[in-house]
Design a protein around this ligand. Sequence first.
Ligand code: ZN
Length: 133
Amino acid sequence: MDLAVGDSGVEPITKIGGSPWWPSDRPRPRCNRAGHAMSFYVQVRLDDVPDLGWPHGWLASVHFCNECMWAGLFDGTATAQSVELFDVRGDVKPDGFGATGGEALRPHRVTLSAVMEAPGLGDFRATGRRNPG
Ligand SMILES: [Zn+2]
């Protein structure tokens, strides 16, 4: 997985921050605690995670309520977080509202490639763990 600073736009693809793809027929998420508009963090095209075995064409979108987190009210329950799943294969259009609820993360484009990821020596040095060999 490679990350590059910048927003890839309102597309149903895996990305961090920026403007989410959000269907025009659904309201944007608000926290259950105080009704704050939630901030977009990440969306994952589930086709990019083949080991999930999820059907083709779905997108997971993750939002958190920054207002509650900054106020120390985030307790890990569903009151201040939202994970929505969308089937993006049809003709549903994005709402085009951009990032609502304030920007949470610096936008990054995500490029995935099929590689065998195995820890190398540098990974063990970086974590302070001993070389397993
Ligand atoms: Zn809130």
